[in-house]
Ligand binder design. Sequence first.
Ligand code: HEM
Length: 82
Amino acid sequence: MMYSESMASSMLPPGPRLPWIPFGGGRRRCLGAAFASFEMRVALRTILRDAVLRPADTREERARSHHITLVPARGARVVREA
Ligand code: HEM
């Protein structure tokens, strides 16, 4: 049996198709992804511009792999002092 695109879509549960990927993917990928990323960089830079941060733990922290990327093994926790 041949499936049309609309039949295939109706067999999937409702809601975003790739909700575990921040901006979705494929034909429905978020049109605002670049703008949203830019906004987030500006907001973070503004919030952190005058912040004084120190590591929450002074032990060396290694990178560990997480899916296709590397992340700090203990989450790079910091304490804001000012
Ligand atoms: C952190 C911010 C944002 C996140 C996490 C996000 C996430 C998403 C996701 C997951 C989808 C795909 C939904 C699906 O699979 O059907 C989507 C679609 C869409 N987003 Fe965003 N979005 C963000 C910001 C924005 C902004 C700022 C705009 C516009 C200025 C925007 C415009 C759109 C549009 C128009 C679609 C529909 C694309 C289509 O169906 O062809 N988004 N967004």
